[in-house]
Structure formats: structure tokens, C-alpha cells
Write a new protein. Structure first.
Length: 374
């Protein structure tokens, strides 16, 4: 291993392809104190440092602070890029520990780094990584193929789609989805490998689903009440913050809430957040929706200038016979005596019955079919 010697390391980094003018795509493995955070990251060479731009809307931004250590990993394994973007974590690749920080076991080369500086800009922060050491695992790296860079580019566009989706910006989402389609076509023409083709199809599917959802949600009112129709594919036990362990039965669960603010605190922002797979866990419902077997099948929404969630919630219990999924779930700040704001409605699809409840309460329900999206 080559350890810190700025002139030698800079020369080796240039030899590995890092440039002050072009982003190099690597896998960041950062020790956060709560485990390793893993994600693709574009970096440039800036003096004796490696520089990256991290948007404030990302999970990574929450972890950033000077002195954190980790690694920038060079790899041609598409799973290292695909899994953190699509699933929020690595599923099939190993992270190893070293005295200088965690790194990807299967990488071709690893640069151990320490965050030297975090400079906040307008929508992002500039992050400067100080190189601490370097290991080259593969003496003769594999020749790149056409499918790999196209897949990485599609993932870059997908992360930007998620960024614009949070603000319900329809046009940028549509434009970026077109770029994803072009990248996926390149993958399909470049390879017959099923792993590449399956990943490309899943990326395209999510991009197109965001186009549909952002178009649908953008037309909704700013304030209102909503019910998420959540389907669980199997019985499960999960940990829900201060509630602790919670047992949930397979079938349909109904989560009702209100959103009366603006922007991220309004109805559109709240629904986009619920549908985002990768986010900071905060609400009780976040713990459930991060599970692979739990997904929002339908959104039912109605305009309202007042908090109607408890009224709707109680009516769902009375008219559908729905029962609390877990006592206290989603109702820790409820002042109307609701036992929970997540209700179990059984195995049969309850959408029409929920519509009737909304109508009886004088609300005009709007349906958005989401379908299985995990």
C-alpha cells in the first residue's frame, strides 16, 4: 500500500484516470459512526485533494463532517453502482475493514480518504477528500465495455430524477427519463448479459414510474388529507422507532395523514416523500415502507384546508371494520384519541370502500394507482 505522500499519491491518482476536468465515477464507502454508507460518487482531482459535489437532498449529505474516514473504490462491477442506488445498500458485495477505513472487497483499486473540508453552497456542498493511502488490487484492470458506462450514466440520471421529483418538477423529470431510455437502449444493444439487461430494465422502470407519479401528483391541491393503501406481501415483524417491535399481518393496511403546509410540507411534497424508497427514517410509516414486502398500492387524496386525518381514520374503523395494525402507530401526537393511524383492513382490496368513506365525509376523493414498486 502507498501511504500519504502528496506528490506520489497525486501522480498515482492521475495514472488511475482522475482528472481536474472530468468526473470519475467511483464507489464511496464512508464510516459514519453508525455503519458504512455506500454509494456511487463522481469526483475530480483538485490540487492534492479529490473533490465531489453532494446535493443537500441526499442521505449522504446528512452524514458529512470533517475527519470522517472511508474510501473511494474503483470497480467495473455494475452491482456496486446499481444496488446502492436502487436498494439503498449493498446486497451482494462485501465491505472490509482496514486501519484507514472501510473499503469494497472486490474493487480494482482503493483510495483511502478523510473528509478534509465541507463547504456549503446553495443546493449542494463541496466535499474535499484528503487521500491517505492507495491499494491497487488488480495489476491489469479489465477493458471497459460499452454497457458499463451506459448503465452508470442511467443511474446518474435516475438520481437526478429523484432530486427533481421531490419538488414535483415535471419537465426536468420527463427530460431526464428520456436520457435514461437512451442509456438503456445502449445497454441493450451492447450486451446480452442478463445481469446488465435486468438492471437496465429496473432503472428504466423506476424512471418511467417517476414520470407517471410526478405528473399525477403535480396536479393535486396544495393542502389536503390522504390515505395510503399499503399492501404487505407476508406477515412481518419490524422495529418502529420508540414503539419497538411491531407484528404486522399480510394484506392491506391504511395509513391516513394530513398535509397543510407548503412545498415539502404540503400534500405533494408529503406524498412524494412517502413514495421515495431512499430517505432518512423519521415518521413511523417510514419504518414500514422501507421493507421490501411493503408497498403503496394506491393513493387516495382529497383537498382540505383543515386537519381531517382523525375524522377519516375513525370513519375507516367504523365503516370498514378496520382495526389498529399496531397500537400507537402514527398517532403519537394525536389529540383525538385515535388508537393508531395505521389500520388493518384485511386481505381484500379496500379502495372502493375508502372512496365511499371520503364521499360520506363531504370530501372529493382523487385516486392515484401506484402498483407494486419495490
Amino acid at each position: 500500500m502507498v501511504e500519504d505522500s502528496s506528490g506520489l499519491l497525486r501522480g498515482l491518482l492521475s495514472h488511475l484516470g482522475f482528472s481536474p476536468r472530468t468526473f470519475s465515477e467511483v464507489i464511496l464507502v464512508l464510516e459514519t459512526g453508525r455503519g458504512a454508507h455506500v454509494q456511487p460518487l463522481g469526483v475530480k482531482l483538485k490540487g492534492s485533494s479529490l473533490w465531489a459535489r453532494v446535493f443537500k437532498s441526499t442521505r449522504l449529505h446528512e452524514h458529512l463532517r470533517p475527519s470522517l474516514r472511508g474510501s473511494l473504490n474503483i470497480t467495473y462491477d455494475p452491482r456496486a453502482f446499481f444496488e446502492p442506488v436502487i436498494h439503498g445498500r449493498l446486497l451482494s458485495l462485501e465491505i472490509r475493514e482496514s486501519p484507514l477505513g472501510p473499503y469494497l472487497a472486490s474493487c480494482d483499486a482503493v483510495i483511502f480518504v478523510e473528509i478534509a473540508e465541507v463547504k456549503e453552497e446553495r443546493a449542494f456542498s463541496s466535499v474535499f477528500f484528503k487521500p491517505l493511502g492507495l491499494i491497487i488490487e488488480r495489476e491489469h484492470p479489465l477493458a471497459p465495455n460499452r454497457a458499463f458506462p451506459a448503465l452508470v450514466e442511467a443511474l446518474v440520471h435516475l438520481t437526478r430524477i429523484r432530486h427533481h421529483a421531490r419538488a414535483c418538477d415535471v419537465q426536468p423529470v420527463e427530460d431526464l427519463a428520456k436520457k435514461v431510455r437512451a442509456c438503456v437502449e445502449t445497454v441493450r444493444h451492447a450486451t446480452e448479459e442478463s445481469a446488465y439487461l435486468d438492471m437496465a430494465s429496473e432503472i428504466l422502470s423506476e424512471a418511467e414510474r417517476w414520470v407517471y407519479l410526478v405528473r399525477s401528483i403535480a396536479s393535486l391541491p396544495e393542502k389536503g388529507v390522504y390515505t395510503l393503501v399499503v399492501r404487505l406481501g407476508k406477515d412481518m415483524e419490524i422495529r418502529v422507532g420508540a414503539l419497538g417491535k411491531a407484528k404486522l399481518m399480510a394484506g392491506y393496511h391504511l395509513y391516513t395523514g394530513s398535509a397543510l403546509g407548503k412545498g415539502p410540507l404540503g400534500l405533494k411534497g408529503r406524498l412524494i416523500r412517502h413514495l421515495s424508497r431512499i430517505k432518512k427514517v423519521f415518521w413511523h410509516i417510514d419504518y414500514l415502507l422501507r421493507e421490501q414486502e411493503a408497498y403503496v398500492e394506491t393513493l387516495i387524496v382529497a383537498e382540505s384546508q383543515f386537519k381531517k386525518e382523525c375524522e377519516v381514520n375513525k370513519a375507516l374503523m367504523e365503516e370498514l371494520g378496520a382495526v389498529p395494525s399496531v397500537l400507537g402507530f402514527g398517532s403519537s401526537d394525536c389529540r383525538s384519541g385515535c388508537p393508531a393511524h395505521l389500520l388493518y383492513a384485511g386481505l381484500s382490496r379496500p379502495v372502493e370502500a375508502i372512496e365511499r368513506v371520503y364521499q360520506r365525509l363531504g370530501l372529493k376523493p382523487i385516486l392515484i394507482e401506484v402498483g407494486r414498486w419495490r
